[in-house]
Ligand binder design. Structure first.
Ligand code: TYD
Length: 210
C-alpha cells in the first residue's frame, strides 16, 4: 500500500473520544505554533456536500441503502484527498494532517453492513496514513459516554459496537503489515492522560525531527 507521509488518522469505536483528542491536539499546536510544523485538523465524513448527505443517512433522516452509504463514504474521501488544497497536497507540502476517521472506518463499519468485498474494493486505491492511533475502550463504556447526546446515529447500539471493536482488532495487524505505524491508546483513561499519550506518539514522527 502507498503510504502518505505526514498523514495521521485517529480511529476508534463511537464514543472512544477521537474528536475530543483531536481538538486537544489542535489547541496544543495553536498554543505552540512557531516551534511546530503547520497542522491541519480534519475529519470524515467531511463537511462538504457528500459528507453532509452521509450525516443525514447516519441519522436516518435520508433513507439510503448500506451500499449507497459505502459508496458515498468513498466519494467523500476521494474529494477529501484529491481536491485542490486536499489532504494529499497538504501532506506533500509538509503540513501535519490529522484526520478523525478514514479508510479503516469504512472497512470496519461498512464491512458489517455490506460485507467486506464492497468497502475493500471501493477503498483499495487510497493511500494509507503514516501513523494510525486506535483509541481502545470497552463498548459498554463508550456507549455510556454517548448516552448524554440527544441525536442517535444508526450504528450506536451495543451489538454493533462490540462487532466494530472486534473488527478493528482484526484489521490493525494487517495495516501494520502493509506499512502503517499502528499505536493503541487506552481511551478509558481520563482525557488529559490520553492526550499525553497521543502527544508522546505523535512527537516520534519524522516531521518533528527535521
Ligand atoms: P464521527 O463523526 O466520528 O461520529 P460523531 O458524529 O458521533 O462525532 O463518525 C460518524 C460515524 O460515521 C461513526 O459512527 C463512524 C461512521 N463512519 C463509517 O461508517 N464509515 C466511514 O468510512 C467513516 C469515515 C465513518
Amino acid at each position: 500500500m502507498e503510504i502518505l507521509k505526514n498523514f495521521v488518522v485517529f480511529e476508534g469505536c463511537d464514543g472512544s473520544g477521537t474528536t475530543t483528542q483531536l481538538n486537544t491536539i489542535e489547541n496544543f499546536f495553536l498554543d505552540n505554533k512557531p516551534s511546530l510544523p503547520s497542522f491541519f485538523k480534519t475529519f470524515e465524513p467531511t463537511k462538504g456536500s457528500i459528507g453532509k448527505l452521509i450525516r443525514l443517512g447516519l441519522r436516518n433522516e435520508e433513507i439510503l441503502t448500506p451500499q449507497t452509504i459505502a459508496m458515498l463514504f468513498a466519494a467523500d474521501r476521494n474529494e477529501h484527498l484529491y481536491a485542490k488544497d486536499g489532504l494529499v497536497e497538504r501532506c506533500q507540502r509538509g503540513e501535519l494532517v490529522v484526520c478523525d476517521r478514514y479508510v479503516p472506518s469504512s472497512l470496519v463499519y461498512q464491512g458489517i453492513t455490506c460485507g467486506d468485498e464492497l468497502p475493500e474494493r471501493l477503498n483499495k486505491d487510497f493511500p494509507g496514513p503514516e501513523l494510525l492511533l486506535f483509541f481502545d475502550i470497552e463498548s459498554e463504556e463508550a456507549l455510556r459516554r454517548l448516552s448524554s447526546r440527544d441525536r442517535k446515529e444508526i450504528y450506536e447500539y451495543l451489538d454493533f459496537q462490540v462487532e466494530v471493536r472486534r473488527r478493528y482488532k482484526a484489521l490493525l495487524p494487517k495495516l501494520q503489515e502493509s506499512g502503517v505505524r499502528v499505536e493503541i491508546i487506552d481511551a478509558s483513561l481520563p482525557p488529559d492522560e490520553v492526550a499525553k499519550k497521543v502527544w508522546a506518539v505523535l512527537r516520534e514522527m519524522p516531521i518533528f525531527k527535521g
